[in-house]
Design a protein around this ligand. Structure first.
Ligand SMILES: Cc1cc2nc3c(=O)[nH]c(=O)nc-3n(C[C@H](O)[C@H](O)[C@H](O)COP(=O)(O)OP(=O)(O)OC[C@H]3O[C@@H](n4cnc5c(N)ncnc54)[C@H](O)[C@@H]3O)c2cc1C
Length: 625
């Protein structure tokens, strides 16, 4: 027994941990047939659960200690994955999932295949943006030892998590998935980390992997132009030192989809005597104690900040245009106990399997978004799974509002769950039931010096308006100007039917330019969160660059045919999902480009399919010269 270890403490740690992860870690370490033969944990009876606890306590008391496990051989890894949820894992699913437990040092990364060739003098990659995506790209380049520079208009690393500092800002996807899989076992203090902690995490990663020293802060890229002669990009930049240019062989944009907040533009806005606040520009000194506050908007941000505002304000009026499906999320707002951290440190494999299990919650989510015409013909609304979820959420709304019919009739959406980004309940419904919080669904007609006017003619007295109106996702990469081959302007190319790209990354006539989190790139809930996708896309770009260098080529570009065929397939797949018809909410959904009536933000693919497309370059689709 390791010295000083208290068996009662160990038992408490196992009790607080995730039993499924404990079981899988023990199975991997001990290959104990009794544990391997048990049913999956979610279906386990009390005796089975107790058996796992006993075996875990016994093993830990004897062997606890920091040790990393190697990745098990594929057959064994797959068996453990199947044990996790009691389901078979197909080949394509296995390919998609195998790096989620992150046993390898740098899951998904591109490394040199053989010796690193000599890099031509002056060869540089310019990465625009130091948020999660830009940092992921920079680390990929660090691993390949390819020179790069990151240009960032803010003064620090963080992107989204640097800009957004409103009350209770935090991830609404679990932190064990919203992190880089090469940075193992970060000490998150809560299961859903607060914004500042996420920012600090990204800063730490950027420092640790040598990225920060390659970032030029306070430097905005205003324009980029491709030079056909030299096959390089010339970037026009602006910084406190003035205007300058940067030349790069490859250009990678990680400029963010949610970089530009929608700014309030109400009728007679100038008449309002109070303060108007945009969440992504939250003033540090703002004190809402005793104020009459309007929260306009009930998207993820508006919902996240209501409860903390209601705790301070004298009165809060929530202005809702479109009801949202707002759902509880297990462990949201819950700190991670020190015993669980101890388990992560001392039960080898626990962290890996806990990560896998957290991510696995979304493995089946794609089915929720598929139209089932047969089911609808039989009287269903979307498909059995989605209709069941709707029933559960209806019951949740009823429960949280204490059955208040006046609220319930305003709160139930007329479109299917998952048709818009699911919103996590941060005490929103409960806040609405408080005497000093009111819900207004009449549309806002304009501002008055004392508050907000609504279509029913009422004036709502307000001191502070919090305008949580969402983001200008359609203005992708704006206001920067990108000029490709033959003087083509990227935003003019996109005028025809909105931003499009091949795999969300490449556009013909824009050689050596890649976008991270580009058009139609946001994968639907599937098991890979965005940080994983950033690494996968960065690795794809890494494959393109290493091939250019080993084959001594100077440019890589998607062909017109591949771009067209990909987008045709993409539109056909989008048509099978709930977003674009009456089951969705196409006229009030940021996933959809309203002007062109097409899915723009999301990748319509099933996660494992999209992963397959993005993780290996299909050279038939690209032109290398
Ligand atoms: C409030 C909020 C909560 C969110 N919560 C979640 C969540 O829980 N889970 C999840 O998966 N996603 C969430 N997201 C989405 C989030 O944006 C992404 O997860 C991720 O942070 C995007 O990273 P990024 O690097 O692509 O973009 P960003 O974080 O936006 O970073 C882009 C960077 O590029 C810089 N930049 C832009 N243009 C230029 C230019 N012309 N020149 C120089 N620099 C430039 C910006 O200053 C910024 O630093 C949330 C978004 C918001 C706004």
């Amino acid at each position: 027994m390791p010295s000083g270890l208290d068996a009662a403490f160990v038992r408490r740690a196992v009790g607080k941990g995730d039993l499924n992860a404990v079981r899988l870690a023990l199975c991997q370490i001990t290959r104990d047939p009794e544990l391997l033969d048990l049913p999956p944990v979610p279906a386990l009876d009390e005796a089975g659960r107790a058996l796992i606890v006993e075996k875990a306590v016994t093993w830990l008391v004897e062997n606890a200690g920091p040790r990393k496990l190697p990745e098990p051989p594929p057959g064994e890894l797959r068996r453990l994955m199947e044990l996790a949820a009691g389901e078979t894992v197909s080949d394509v699913e296995f390919d998609f999932r195998r790096e989620i437990p992150a046993f390898n040092d740098h899951p998904w990364a591109t490394l040199w295949d053989g010796q690193r060739p000599s890099i031509p003098p002056g060869f540089t990659v310019a990465v625009v943006g130091a948020g999660f995506s830009g940092v992921a790209m920079a680390i990929q380049l660090e691993l390949l030892q390819i020179p790069y520079v990151v240009l960032e208009k803010q003064s620090e690393i963080g992107g989204t998590w640097s800009r957004n500092r409103y009350p209770d800002v935090r991830v609404d996807t679990v932190s064990l998935g919203y992190e880089f899989s090469f940075e193992k076992d970060y000490r998150w203090s809560e299961y859903f980390a607060r914004g500042e902690e996420v920012r600090r995490y990204l800063q730490l990663v950027a420092d640790k992997y040598g990225v920060t020293e390659n970032v030029r802060f306070d430097t905005e890229v205003e324009a980029a132009e491709f030079d056909d002669q030299s096959s390089t990009w010339r970037l026009a930049i602006r910084s406190p030192q003035g205007r300058d240019t940067v030349t790069a062989n490859v250009l990678v944009t990680g400029m963010g989809t949610f970089a530009n907040a929608k700014l309030p533009d109400f009728e007679s806005q100038e008449d309002f005597r109070g303060e108007i606040v945009v969440p992504s520009r939250w003033p540090d000194e703002l004190d809402l104690e005793g104020s009459r506050v309007a929260v306009v908007g009930n998207g993820s941000t508006g919902v996240q900040l209501l409860a903390p505002i209601a705790a301070k304000a004298e009165h809060v009026t929530v202005f809702q245009r479109t009801p949202q499906w707002i759902a509880p999320r297990p462990l949201y707002g819950t700190p991670i106990d020190s015993e669980v951290h101890w388990l992560s440190d001392n039960l080898p494999g626990y962290w890996n399997w806990q990560r896998y299990i957290h991510n696995s919650a979304l493995f089946g989510a794609y089915d929720l978004m598929l139209n089932d015409e047969e089911w609808v013909a039989g009287g269903g609304l979307v498909n059995p799974k989605n209709d069941k979820l709707r029933d559960d959420l209806l019951a949740y709304i009823r429960h949280q509002t204490g059955g208040r019919e006046d609220l319930i009739e305003k709160l139930v959406p007329d479109y299917a769950p998952f048709a818009r980004r699911p919103v996590v309940d941060n005490g929103w419904y409960e806040a609405l039931t408080r005497p000093h919080v009111s819900l207004v669904t009449d549309s806002i007609t304009g501002l008055h010096r004392d508050g907000i006017r609504t279509a029913d003619g009422r004036l709502h007295d307000i001191d502070v308006i919090v305008a949580a109106l969402g983001f200008e996702v359609v203005k992708y990469l704006e206001p920067a100007v990108f000029t490709g081959r033959g003087g083509k302007d990227l935003h003019e190319v996109w005028e025809r039917d909105g931003p499009r790209a091949y795999l969300g990354m490449m556009v013909p006539d824009f050689p050596n330019m890649f976008m991270l989190y580009g058009p139609n790139a946001q994968s639907l809930p599937s098991g890979h969160q965005l940080p994983a996708m950033f690494v996968i896309w960065a690795s794809y770009i890494g494959q393109c660059i290493t091939t250019m260098l080993t084959e001594q080529k100077s440019r890589v570009e998607v062909t017109e045919e591949a771009f067209g065929a990909y987008n045709q397939r993409l539109d056909a797949q989008a048509a099978k999902l709930i977003f674009m018809d009456k089951r969705g909410a196409p006229d009030k959904n940021y996933y959809v480009n309203q002007q062109h009536g097409r899915l723009q933000v999301n990748a319509p693919w099933w996660g494992p399919d999209f992963h397959r497309m993005c993780s290996r370059v299909d050279w038939d689709d690209l032109h290398l010269a």
